[in-house]
Design a protein around this ligand. Structure first.
Ligand SMILES: [Zn+2]
Length: 340
């Protein structure tokens, strides 16, 4: 068996990789279906658009390959070597575009199979059975996505609402089944209720999923003060803080006070001291234009440019910093393939 990371431009050896942005969106459309074109982003409205995140549909989609390539080049200049585009079915995924941008920049890109929350899915996708979804997710990893030969290297983010919609429940079971067949890690976007993560782990576990290769995203808004995260780690799952770069209290989708980058690091450091430093991923989940360099934002490289100095200010051990920036996402992306 050979260890590989499955990128959009082919399988690569894990030991060639440095820092990894594990949960981002590169070519995407997260505007709710039917929300129209929105107001173009200008220097005069970019701060307000950013503050309200995806409320302006024009901010919630980035489908331009040249703009994506510029952002990846800036990421590489900050030391980034691989970016995972977790844009799944429902989020405007563009496999050919992902491959073109990866080839133009030399930055490795991993694509994702899976489905987002029910409101984003077509009737045809919502009608699929568990078995059909499991076959689809598996085929997207072993053969290719959307009629191309561009293969996915991760399952998810699987989109979940609270309460869970039937199509989302089926997708979770199918994700666990596809994980058993392929060995790929599963990433889950949980519903916003504090009980959502536990229910998701129950479903994955009952379906034969491997919690040590499962990541629960968005701890930042699900457990803003960190209460509720430890039980998830104690069950063997990985957890993710992926709002790095969002340095504001206001949350555009609910009544929570968001943590800052330093708050996130305090919570992570505390859990690392309890022995969970290898079960945590960090990222920025960029899914709006105003968080990109080209629209005056922090870009994909923020967590490499500005976060390590904060980590050192908290006296985080170099080994923990390496786990957060490289080792843990690499473990999750590494697949075992039969040698040719
Ligand atoms: Zn995301």
């Amino acid at each position: 068996m050979q260890s590989i990371v499955r990128t959009v431009s082919g399988d690569i050896a894990p030991d060639t990789l440095g820092p990894i942005a594990f949960h981002e969106h590169l070519l995407f459309d997260i505007a709710p279906p039917g929300s129209g074109a929105g107001t173009p982003i200008t220097m005069h409205n970019r701060w307000q658009a950013d503050y309200l995140s995806n409320v302006n549909p024009a901010n919630a989609r980035q489908t331009d390959r040249n703009a994506a390539a510029d952002e990846l080049r800036a990421f590489a200049a900050d030391g980034g070597t691989l970016l995972v585009d977790q844009s799944v079915i429902g989020l405007g995924r563009d496999p050919e575009g992902q491959r073109a941008v990866a080839r133009a920049t030399g930055v490795a890109v991993v694509a994702a199979t899976g489905t987002y929350t029910a409101p984003y899915l077509s009737e045809a996708i919502k009608a699929l059975s568990v078995a059909q979804l499991a076959d689809l997710f598996t085929a997207e990893i072993t053969e290719g996505m959307d009629g191309t030969d561009v293969r996915a290297g991760l399952i998810g983010e699987i989109g979940c609402s609270w309460p869970l919609e039937p199509a989302e429940h089926r997708a979770l079971i199918a994700a666990a089944q596809a994980q058993r067949r392929t060995g790929a890690a599963v990433s889950v976007h949980p519903g916003r209720h504090p009980d959502a993560c536990g229910q998701i782990l129950d479903i994955l576990e009952e379906s034969g999923g491997d919690l040590s290769r499962t990541v629960l995203c968005h701890m930042d808004r699900t457990y803003p003060d960190g209460t509720g995260v430890l039980p998830l780690l104690e069950r063997g799952a990985n957890v993710e803080w992926d709002f790095f770069g969002i340095e504001q209290s206001h949350y555009w989708m609910g009544e929570v006070v968001l943590p800052t980058d330093l708050d996130r690091l305090h919570l992570i450091h505390d859990l690392a001291r309890r022995g969970f430093g290898d079960r945590i991923t960090i990222s920025q989940d960029i899914c709006t234009r105003t968080r990109m360099i080209g629209w005056g934002g922090h870009g994909y490289g923020h967590f490499l440019r500005n976060v390590p100095p904060l980590m050192r200010r908290l006296s985080m051990a170099p080994d923990l910093i390496d786990a957060l920036l490289r080792r843990t996402p690499l473990r999750l992306l590494t697949l075992k393939e039969k040698s040719p």
